[in-house]
Write a protein that binds this ligand. Structure first.
Ligand SMILES: CC(C)(COP(=O)(O)OP(=O)(O)OC[C@H]1O[C@@H](n2cnc3c(N)ncnc32)[C@H](O)[C@@H]1OP(=O)(O)O)[C@@H](O)C(=O)NCCC(=O)NCCS
Length: 141
């Protein structure tokens, strides 16, 4: 488990989440990943944060209806007003094995009450040295 705030969440893939091929719609997965990453970033900033960039998105495995998708979101860089979060989505099979379905790097900006970027460094003293996301899934949610 990496240090610092995280935003791990797990979803069950339902029929309403799939595309015309019957596999998880990529846009839905990105929505879930954005949500998980926002939780990690907001926990660090202790403020409202907004997504400014979603980069290096790679889909590596299709996900089927009924699968669990475990999303791990860990902070990997603190800027002046921005927080970058590495996100990995794991497809969990019924037998407990897991494979990476998607990975991405998201950047958030903390905002003040007027909606302007505000410094975040040191906002979360417990997370001085946040680590990158792990390469194997954590224990089940
Ligand atoms: C986020 C937003 C407030 C930033 O405004 P801005 O005028 O670009 O602010 P700044 O130029 O001061 O940049 C703020 C930070 O964002 C970073 N940033 C800006 N554009 C970026 C990009 N394309 N990729 C990565 N980081 C970026 C800057 O590097 C800076 O980080 P730092 O302070 O850690 O160095 C503005 O772009 C915005 O409101 N975007 C829409 C957000 C939104 O609606 N998201 C979807 C819903 S959550």
């Amino acid at each position: 488990m990496s240090a610092g705030p995280r935003g791990d969440i797990t979803h069950r893939v339902l029929p309403s989440d799939v595309n015309h091929l019957g596999t998880l719609f990529g846009g839905r997965l990105l929505e879930w990943m954005d949500g998980a990453a926002e939780i990690a970033a907001a926990r660090y900033a202790r403020r409202v944060v907004v997504t400014v960039a979603m980069e290096q998105v790679v889909f590596t495995q299709p996900v089927q209806v009924g699968d669990l998708v475990r999303i791990e979101a860990a902070i990997d860089r603190i800027g002046r007003t921005s927080i970058r979060v590495q996100v990995t989505a794991w497809r969990e099979l019924t037998d407990g094995t897991a494979v990476i379905a998607c990975a991405a790097r998201l950047t958030f900006v903390a905002l003040d009450a007027s909606g302007r970027p505000v410094p975040v460094r040191g906002a979360c003293p417990d997370a001085d040295a946040p680590q990158a996301a792990e390469t194997s899934p954590s224990s089940p949610a």
